[in-house]
Design a protein around this ligand. Sequence first.
Ligand code: G6P
Length: 609
Amino acid sequence: MCGIVGAVARRDIVPVLTEGLRRLEYRGYDSCGVAVLQYGVPRRVRSVERVANLAEQVDHAGLSGTIGVAHTRWATHGAPVTGNAHPIFSCGEIVLVHNGIIENHEALRKELKTFGYAFDSETDTEVIAHLIHHMRKQDPTRDLLVAVRRSLRRLRGAYAIAVFAKSDPNLVIGARAGSPLVVGLTDRGNYLASDPMALAGTADRFVYLEEGDVAVLTCDGVKIVDCGGEAVRREVQTQRASHHTTELGPFRHYMQKEIFEQPSVLADATERVQTLTPTLFGANAPHVFKEVDSLLILACGTSYYSALTAKYWFESIARLPTQVEVASEYRYRESVVNPRTLVVVVSQSGETADTLAALRHAQQLGHRHTLAICNVAHSSMMRQTDLQYQTGAGPEIGVASTKAFTTQLVALFLLAATFAQARGVADAARQAQWLEQLHHLPAALNGVLALEPQIIRWAEAFAHYEHALFLGRGMHYPIALEGALKLKEISYVHAEAYPAGELKHGPLAIVTNEMPVVTIVPNDALIEKLKSNMQEVRARGGLLYVFADEDAPLDDDDGVNVIRLPAHDGPLSPILHVVPLQLLAYHTACVRGTDVDKPRNLAKSVTVE
Ligand code: G6P
């Protein structure tokens, strides 16, 4: 999704801006641009191609300067064409980049037209640039900060902005409400970014702006005012943004690299846990756990599927009533508040607009207990909850989530096991068994990854289909949902998932000898039921692609393709069964020649509604 970089320094900042955009590429975008103040004149280059192409154009144009802003745009208002790419100018004076959506942009556009402003783009962003220009004209002091603050008061919606003005050659202003923005501090200049990863190698001291904050950056310092206009001090966090994130190593794509990183990230995530204790989730957790009698989990996309899987764990092993809801639905419906519910937000980025809004909605409704399960330590969700757990997947670049998903599952399993311990529903032997199963996960995952050659052979056949069904039962049903999501996200094959028992209530009508049906067959209590569902598919000529546990009692049958996973029972089975589905989606996409890491129309971090 959209990304921002801004800079003011005692050096040419163009390399920092283009490198910053390159580091933000993984978030997904469809156009990009850079603007600087060069010899007192705002100059910009914009492109609907990749950042590498923009960087070449920037070189060619000889862009350089000591203040500037840059942007990757993921189109919402207006097509992804150069004219809509940021930076956006107003009257050759104001230069602005924006993440988010301005909901009242139509009314503002009308109003600004009456003041004589002409619009060059179809973006909602252009109203902000003109508004700042207009406010500045009205103010005898011509103070850019005053103009920005007055303009922001007129906006409804979500934004993070970075702006500079032709007549203020020494400062860049950043502001946020609803979209993240961080200030990077160095001795030779100061920077803005929507994600600290953009500033890796440039800054390692960061200030995370709070809701409503406006920051004025000069070479020598940063002044921050809060939404009431009061000067505030925000904590400076030292954090080395990792370099290795952009190194692909021997892999063809980041997604493949991240699939294969799962044993090591899961080893890190599980080895640090030697006993089950509520403090894993924050200092206040022992107190909160005592008060909680149910869970409400809010999430989007892949994170939603990890939560759906975990519902089975919470209810079966912790005996805790659990509701899981898509964040964009929860935030807009009337719900009943139980003050003893723990609201859990699950999010790789910790910035997803709908999940963040759902969290705030829950808090406004009176939910007192909140927990964030996120991969990004200082993300908005981690800062807005009383309990936190960092999943530790490391940076995930591929838009389609893989290692972030499995580390979320580990975190959620730990939460369920810890609740079981705290609620006295699991004895010491059971707890020890869970920990042993968790510690064995990396080795078990290596066994699953060794199946890649067989999965590649399936993918070659799979790539020719336009539709696929995924079936699972019990806690493997959400894994079927995740498998179908992976396939459609990156290979563009239309895929749907059903609980296998639902087959006869509709989807069977589309099963023919052209329809591949991927079935997840763990050797658990539901296997006989699942075998009956597979027969229903075979009887209609459907093509079964079965991922079964090694010891699952299946007969060899014509037309049934089976890949056996190393034997594994117990509650962690979903974490193993999702991995072959990730590989199937990945290799199908490779055969179809899609842009695996940056699938069309999708973004890694969806910071707009
Ligand atoms: C986007 C990404 C998905 C992700 C979802 C939720 O749609 O493409 O991979 O699952 O957002 O993101 P979050 O950061 O909240 O987990």
